[in-house]
Ligand binder design. Sequence first.
Ligand SMILES: Cc1cc2nc3c(=O)[nH]c(=O)nc-3n(C[C@H](O)[C@H](O)[C@H](O)COP(=O)(O)O)c2cc1C
Length: 192
Amino acid sequence: MTLVLLFHPDLAQSRTNAALATAAARLPGVDVVDMQALYPTGHIDTDTEVARLIGADQIVLQFPVQWYSTPPLLQTWQCAVLTRMFYIAYENEGRRLEGRPLMIAATAGGSPDAYSPSGVSLFPLAELLRPLRATASRCALRWAEPFLVYEAGGLDDAALELAGRRYARRLSLWREQVEADRAAELARRRRA
Ligand SMILES: Cc1cc2nc3c(=O)[nH]c(=O)nc-3n(C[C@H](O)[C@H](O)[C@H](O)COP(=O)(O)O)c2cc1C
């Protein structure tokens, strides 16, 4: 099962993340969880969230970029769930997550040009996601190429539809790739 943890501060006001989440949820074997709806006060049930992660075959963290970073609830989730798994209960929890594939799906209001050396944001968006990449490395999660949507604040219906289709295709291809890698690894181990 592919687990999409969606961190949007107000999904009712969202167009792009809502469209992506709808497209993802239509795929078989994909579970989309609206974390803000579950934890509006920011108090995260870590038992539930640790079990959710351990039960997933691959994990997506989906969110709108806010001030070149993640929404506050995603940071809270990291501090509550990843700290517990990887610092407090590593043997029983963190270790069990190691090797799990992780993809970031981020939407940004800025254009690709804005995320260039001559643009207002100076740096490519993928570079600004480095703290998440370092986190994945620290937790031994397998980093996948992020799925990025630019100019996400003003997409018309056709562009939203296209973004949803691109996302669904990316998630499907990713799962096929992960399953193929797993089968190849099993075959390699059997031969060894
Ligand atoms: C508080 C706040 C901060 C934001 N910071 C950024 C930013 O740093 N870079 C950027 O490209 N867009 C930024 N945006 C724009 C959002 O990323 C954009 O509106 C969102 O991805 C659109 O997706 P949605 O329709 O799902 O809300 C910000 C928006 C808000 C509300």
